[in-house]
Write a protein that binds this ligand. Structure first.
Ligand SMILES: [Zn+2]
Length: 205
């Protein structure tokens, strides 16, 4: 049904697929029909459906035979198909949370916006999204940070996150530099924040 090119096929020959769009990668129908990868996949899927229909029909005949003879369950049946289990990827990055102690002092709309931005960054720079989320979490919930510092820090994180969702350019890099420096200056007052920031800052590009 499928396999290698026929023996008389020179190895360098670029035989085109039956669809005439891509070079062939497989030969189906006893090496008679060259097909490319996507066509082969479609072919295999169709064969699979046919195979399943045939199995169902054989099971039906077997049951019918059992009914006619009065001796059910003679011989083996094809097992019933099990539904595949799909696992959803677990999203752990996108979760800046406000603890009870700082909840009144935080602009929750800003935190919600940050979470949206993190999801955007995650698509192109997952390491940065994860690092920024950790940093924002620490900044939001750091009890020793003054209210004005926290506010400024969150606004700066929002600004650099927004910039990070767009394709980088020399101009955006230049504009981001003072923001990154100011975040570092505020973070420097809290050891735990600085420790995270030192690892996050190089992830901007
Ligand atoms: Zn094809």
């Amino acid at each position: 049904m499928s396999g290698q090119p026929p023996g008389d096929q020179p190895p360098h020959a670029r035989t085109m697929c039956y669809c005439a769009e891509r070079p062939a990668a497989f030969w189906i129908y006893n090496g008679q029909l060259p097909v490319c990868m996507p066509c082969y996949e479609a072919f295999m899927r169709a064969s699979d459906i046919q195979q399943r229909q045939a199995e169902r029909h054989l099971n039906f005949l077997q049951d019918q035979m059992g009914f006619i003879t009065g001796i059910p369950g003679l011989g083996a049946r094809y097992p019933e198909e099990q539904a595949p289990i799909h696992f959803q990827p677990v999203v752990t990055n996108n979760n800046i949370r406000v603890s009870n102690s700082t909840v009144g002092a935080i602009n929750t709309g800003q935190v919600a916006h940050l979470n949206v931005l993190m999801t955007g960054i995650e698509a192109t720079n997952p390491a940065l999204a994860e690092g920024l989320t950790r940093f924002a979490n620490a900044a939001v919930n750091e009890p020793t940070l003054s209210a004005p510092d926290r506010e400024e820090l969150l606004t700066l994180i929002e600004a650099v996150s927004e910039a990070a969702t767009k394709p980088p350019s020399p101009k955006s890099k230049l504009l981001m530099m003072p923001w990154l420096a100011r975040i570092g200056a505020i973070a420097a007052s809290v050891e735990a924040l600085l420790e995270i920031w030192d690892r996050v800052k190089p992830l901007f590009h």
